[in-house]
Ligand binder design. Structure first.
Ligand code: SF4
Length: 176
């Protein structure tokens, strides 16, 4: 199986969302939230693509292919810049960024730092990667592969974040 940063992010938001995405049931393109997020990415820091590089990074763990696309990487200073629309899923965003840091480490690039940025909220946070974080990511990767193979979709989580999820109608169609 192929693991990417989206799966890492979704795994930390909702197991059901992770299962749906991992099994090819995608509704992202209809989500206004995702569209807004892309727009922020493109407009908030207009000169960013000139200063930083977009890089693809891959590795293997336990025979599982790991892949990540880092949109803004400051090669000179070894800093990942990750931009998000809202901090509602901040923990998941942090794990996504930590996953990128680990992927770079697996490729021999050490001492990478990362900044998570919320331009609309005028907030930034510095992200660190610890040995415990790497252990957590290794476990998460194994669990995502097991989750994907589950025959049944995990239950709904009934949390406020569901209202902004592109799977909302699919999940709650019978409850309205
Ligand atoms: S609507 Fe809620 S339960 Fe359904 S996939 Fe999204 S976050 Fe998970």
């Amino acid at each position: 199986m192929h693991i990417n940063a989206t799966l890492i992010d979704l795994y930390h938001v909702c197991k059901r969302e992770c299962w749906l995405h991992a099994n090819g049931i995608n509704m992202e393109q209809t989500s206004e939230t995702v569209y807004d997020g892309k727009l922020i990415h493109e407009t908030s820091y207009a000169d960013r693509s000139r200063k930083y590089n977009e890089i693809d990074v891959s590795a293997q763990y336990h025979g599982i292919d790991l892949y990540g696309k880092i949109d803004f990487y400051d090669t000179h200073n070894r800093i990942i810049h990750e931009t998000k629309r809202s901090d509602k899923a901040e923990k998941a965003h942090e794990w996504q960024v930590k996953y990128y840091m680990w992927l770079l480490q697996l490729n021999g690039i050490q001492d990478v730092s990362a900044i998570l940025e919320y331009p609309q909220l005028r907030q930034t946070s510095q992200i660190e990667l610890t040995e415990n974080d790497i252990e957590h990511l290794k476990n998460a990767i194994i669990e995502i592969t097991q989750l994907k193979d589950m025959k049944e979709c995990p239950p709904t989580i009934k949390k406020p974040i569901c209202k902004n999820c592109s799977y909302y109608e699919l999940c709650y169609i019978n409850e309205e």
